[in-house]
Every structure is written in C-alpha cells, then in structure tokens.
Ligand binder design. Structure first.
Ligand code: GLN
Length: 213
C-alpha cells in the first residue's frame, strides 16, 4: 500500500504554484495520495516527507526565511537526516555551500549549506539571455529533458559524494547528493514532471523508512 504523502513547498517567494502543480501531477501519475504544505513561517516540519525549494531570487528568499522565522535549522537537520529535497535555480543556490558572482565575488547571502557544491550565480547571463535547451539526463531516462534557464546558476565545484546528472555547454547544471536534487534550470516550467516524479518516489521510500525506525 502506498503511503499518504505530505510535501512541503517553501513558499516564501518564487514560482510556488508551478511546483505545486508539478507535484500534484506526479501524485496522479504515480497514483499516490498526498497533500501540499506551503511552508512560510513556523509551520511544523516534522510531518513532511519531502521539500521543494522553488526558483526565484535566492538573496530575497534567504532574507525572508530569517524575517519570517522559518525553522531553517530544523530544515537543515531533516535534510541531513535524509529528507528528500529538490532545489531549482534559486532553490539550488539556497542548498549550496558557497555562492559567488563574477562581478562581486563570494556573495554574503544566507544559504542552507547542505549540498556540497559551489555555485556561480547568473552564470548564463541576465533575464534577457534566458533560453531553453534539450538536455541528456540519463537519471531521468532516454527521452531528453527541456531545460528552461532563467538567470540560472552553474555548479563550478562539487564534493566527492555529489553525482553530476546534467551538463550544458560544459557547465554542470544538475546534481544529486543522496536525497538532495538540485537543478540550475526550472523543471517546474518544462511541461515534463520527471524530476518531481522522481522526488515523489524518493519521498515514498523515505516515508517507509521513517515507519520502520
Ligand atoms: N539568479 C537568481 C538568484 O541568484 C536565480 C534565478 C531563478 O531562480 N530563476 O537567486
């Protein structure tokens, strides 16, 4: 029997609805019952089976997390303990250990520092240089995946436990570190829910392992 899943979406800023829709469609495809919890402030995180951090603006997200009292220490602890998580674009930046920018160097923004990567912000240019490209991502299967890049970051350094799952123009644009998935692009805008579906599958496993312990 499949469990009833509770999926958190960090709902501070960014493309929250698009991620909610992608998760709901994944529930349908996998025939899983579940609900979405919008995490904005002191919401109890104990109950969630997974989390999505959407794209948006990582500096604003980092600041608002603090002002709105989101329990970032608890989020971090749960991720380190195996909570499945997907960070897209600004969400990937939020997960990273270190972020920098070509013009100002290391940014002093608030980061969760759970994913062992260094990020270059806006590595593909500004808003008007946004683009889409079909990516080969064996992790998702043979069919290529439409990468939507909007002021996306590139991953410039990775730790030993980080697996590269996609590259574009010799830059790393998607990684996995156990329960953590991060993409430079926006899978929630791709009309293809395979990232979200894989995340939901990881959540089913996580939910089962919670019950066993
Ligand atoms: N450039 C943005 C940042 O640094 C990310 C852009 C996005 O999420 N589309 O946070």
């Amino acid at each position: 029997m499949t469990p009833f899943l509770k999926v958190g979406i960090l709902s501070i800023q960014g493309d929250i609805e698009e991620n909610s829709n992608a998760i709901k469609e994944s529930f349908e495809v996998l025939e899983i019952e579940g609900t979405i919890i919008h995490i904005k402030d002191f919401h109890d995180l104990d109950e969630i089976d997974g989390l999505v951090i959407p794209g948006g603006e990582s500096t604003v997200m980092g600041m608002l997390l603090f002002f709105q009292g989101v329990q970032t220490d608890l989020i971090k602890k749960k991720i380190q303990e195996g909570l499945p998580i997907l960070g897209t674009c600004a969400g990937l930046i939020m997960l990273s250990n270190k972020a920098y920018d070509k013009t100002i160097g290391e940014t002093k923004q608030s980061l969760l520092k759970v994913l062992d990567v260094t990020i270059e912000r806006n590595a593909f240019g500004r808003q008007q240089e946004s683009f889409e490209s079909e990516l080969d991502i064996p992790y998702l299967g043979e069919r290529r995946f439409n990468g939507v890049f909007i002021r996306g970051p590139a991953i410039t350094e990775i730790g030993n436990n980080v697996e590269i799952i996609a590259e574009y123009d010799k830059k790393i644009v998607a990684v996995r570190q156990n329960n953590i998935l991060g993409t430079s692009f926006h899978p929630e805008l791709a009309n293809d829910n395979r990232f979200h579906t894989n995340l939901v599958k990881l959540m089913v496993e996580y939910n089962r392992s919670k019950k066993r312990t």
